[in-house]
Design a protein around this ligand. Structure first.
Ligand code: SF4
Ligand code: SF4
Length: 335
């Protein structure tokens, strides 16, 4: 394993960490084996979320007696100070610890920034928790390039997490700025939500980018840990053969892959288009059907509500056939 400094947090992290979403589909026994595999490969960073149902709890139990081997990161969708303070305490209890190294604002959108950074916003609660020793550092996760760019201007932000992989490079400019400002950049969705199957190539691609600090592939078993960490053995520049494979992956996925950039918004009837695509992906590629269904059904509008106006397709820079894909999603979820 190779280690690096996570921006101005100063944390020393393995360049490959665990993305904790798939922990939801295993049990505590399997989570203990996953932790064994992480330790054996030198992985020292685990990311979870209040929103990943049982993930924090399973990890907390599996980490019993070896908590000190890991840097724990988690996140909350809370935007007010009171809600964030409550969520931090829940995360501490779930992880069975008195200190979480990195607490993040989860999926911060442009419209949430003012609220979260207000005097009584979620950021204030994380800063209180830092002063109280419950939390080490403050980070932000986002899916919108505009939101990512904006949070880089807040000096409190020590790390950012954003999708970055062979087919998603919409963060390129922000990654450069993050590097210049010493803000750690954590690449989420390194395998493009399961669409890229060559984990070694996917991780090598990401870690070859000097502006990216680390990648956190979602993993649930020793075999996945083995494949995703194998890339770290050789971080030499990408070979001609690898560049050709990357071009082929882009060709294959480019016409049909949602980058979650959000440019298609606003939908005329209020459908969160990228969220619908993401949940369909989780249902089909990640064996997270129950979780994906519960998230999807919680949305205010669904694929069946699409009136076919086509406004979203005019705005999508990747010319995705959004209406056609929503029809497929309607069949997948039955709504
Ligand atoms: S075509 Fe459907 S999804 Fe697109 S903006 Fe119109 S109603 Fe929304
Ligand atoms: S459908 Fe197109 S515009 Fe909308 S988030 Fe996906 S890639 Fe971006």
């Amino acid at each position: 394993m190779k280690y690096t400094t996570l921006g101005k947090s100063g944390l020393t992290v393995s360049v490959v960490g665990l993305g904790g979403i798939p922990v939801q589909r295993i049990d505590v026994t399997a989570t203990k084996k996953l932790i064994d595999a992480l330790i054996s490969k030198g992985v020292n960073f685990i990311d979870s979320a209040r929103g990943y149902t049982v993930s924090e709890e399973y990890l907390g139990e599996a980490l019993s007696g070896r908590r000190e081997k890991f840097i724990l990161a988690t996140k909350s969708m809370a935007r007010s100070a009171a809600d964030m303070a409550r969520d931090i305490d829940i995360s501490l209890k779930n992880f069975r610890t008195d200190h979480i190294e990195l607490y993040q604002l989860h999926n911060l959108g442009l419209k949430d920034i003012e609220r979260a950074f207000a005097d009584d916003g979620a950021v204030a609660a994380i800063q209180d928790a830092i002063r109280a020793g419950k939390v080490g550092h403050l980070g932000v996760t986002a899916h919108s390039p505009e939101a990512l760019r904006k949070v880089l201007d807040y000096p409190e932000v020590e790390t950012v997490m954003f999708p970055f992989n062979i087919v998603e490079n919409q963060a390129a400019e922000a990654m450069q700025i993050a590097k210049e400002r010493n803000i750690g950049f954590i690449a989420m969705k390194p395998l493009a939500g399961g669409n890229i199957t060559n984990g070694r190539l996917a991780i090598r691609y990401i870690l070859n980018d000097a502006n990216c600090t680390m990648a956190i592939p979602g993993m649930y078993c020793a075999e996945e840990v083995e494949q995703n960490t194998s890339a770290v053995d050789d971080l030499s520049p990408l070979t001609e053969a690898e560049l050709a494979e990357i071009a082929a992956i882009r060709d294959k996925l480019s016409d049909n892959f949602c980058r979650r950039c959000g440019y298609c918004a606003p939908c005329t009837v209020g459908i969160d288009i990228p969220a619908c695509f993401t949940m369909a992906n989780y249902l089909e590629n990640y064996e997270l059907a129950d979780w994906a269904r519960s998230r999807y059904f919680s949305y205010q509008a669904h694929a069946e509500d699409c009136i076919g106006c086509g406004k979203c397709e005019e705005r999508c820079p990747y010319q995705l056939p959004i209406r056609e894909k929503l029809q497929e999603i309607k069949v997948i979820f039955g709504k």
